[in-house]
Design a protein around this ligand. Structure first.
Ligand SMILES: [Zn+2]
Length: 242
């Protein structure tokens, strides 16, 4: 079926996942829309760590996220992941994040409800983060640990979709419902293997990743629950800000 679907895809007219224009799966204009350096944003509910965004959540960013989440356009994750990877590189360049030789990056995707992830055919933010992690340049041979995405958080049932809720309502909606997955602390805290045995352990830099930040409530609650189990989040990085 997978191969058949692939063959059928080739025969069907292709439209851009960002804007719907016919002719290619990702058009030049949307590609240009995703260029640029990350910007610092200051959501109403401050998570207490720097918040960076690849750009305003509109145009190609919004189009691609909706195509991915609502219309099954899994290919839309690729340009979004590339934008995320470029932002990470820029933040490292600017000294906002440690260089990869010093600290591999662990991206923790925003928690999603299991039912929502199932409906969407997998967690889209996890997919974007994992692709972005694999897109970062290869390490020095002696520092083999690389960037990665770890699904460390979950959203307990009872949390509603936060669409349409104000900042205070979002905070109430999330209180106590974002939890740390079993085994996640070990995966986030330890020095990831691969380096020489005599090398000093390199503590990974944990970055919380989401598609969009609006009030900041999700990021703030996630940073808080991770801090409660001893995981210090270095920054929040989102594809777009409202
Ligand atoms: Zn387009």
């Amino acid at each position: 079926m997978g191969m058949l679907a692939g063959l059928l895809d080739l025969a069907l007219p292709v439209e851009c996942a960002g804007c719907g224009a016919a002719g290619s799966a990702w058009c030049a204009r949307c590609a240009a829309d995703l260029e640029g350096v990350p910007v610092g944003v200051y959501p109403r509910v401050a998570p207490g760590v720097p918040v960076w965004s690849t750009g305003v959540f509109g145009g190609a960013r919004r189009g691609a996220v909706i195509a991915l989440k609502e219309h099954g356009r899994r290919d839309a994750a690729v340009p979004l992941a590339a934008a995320l990877a470029r932002s990470i590189a820029a933040l490292r360049e600017a000294g906002e994040l440690d260089p990869p030789e010093l600290a591999p990056l662990i991206m923790v995707p925003a928690p999603s409800r299991a039912s929502a992830a199932r409906r969407r055919g997998g967690d889209p933010v996890l997919r974007i983060a994992a692709l972005a992690a694999s897109a970062t340049p290869p390490r020095l041979a002696s520092a083999a640990a690389s960037d990665r995405a770890v699904r460390a958080l979950r959203l307990r049932t009872g949390a509603r979709d936060s669409v349409g809720l104000g900042a205070a309502a979002r905070q109430r909606n999330l209180a106590g419902r974002v939890t740390v997955r079993r085994g996640a602390v070990e995966r986030l805290a330890g020095a990831p293997g691969g380096g020489p045995p005599d090398a000093a352990p390199r503590v990974p830099a944990v970055v919380f990743v989401d598609d969009v930040v609006t009030t900041g409530a999700t990021a703030a609650e996630s940073v808080r629950v991770l801090a409660n189990v001893g995981i210090r989040v270095r920054a929040v990085l989102v594809l777009g800000h409202a």
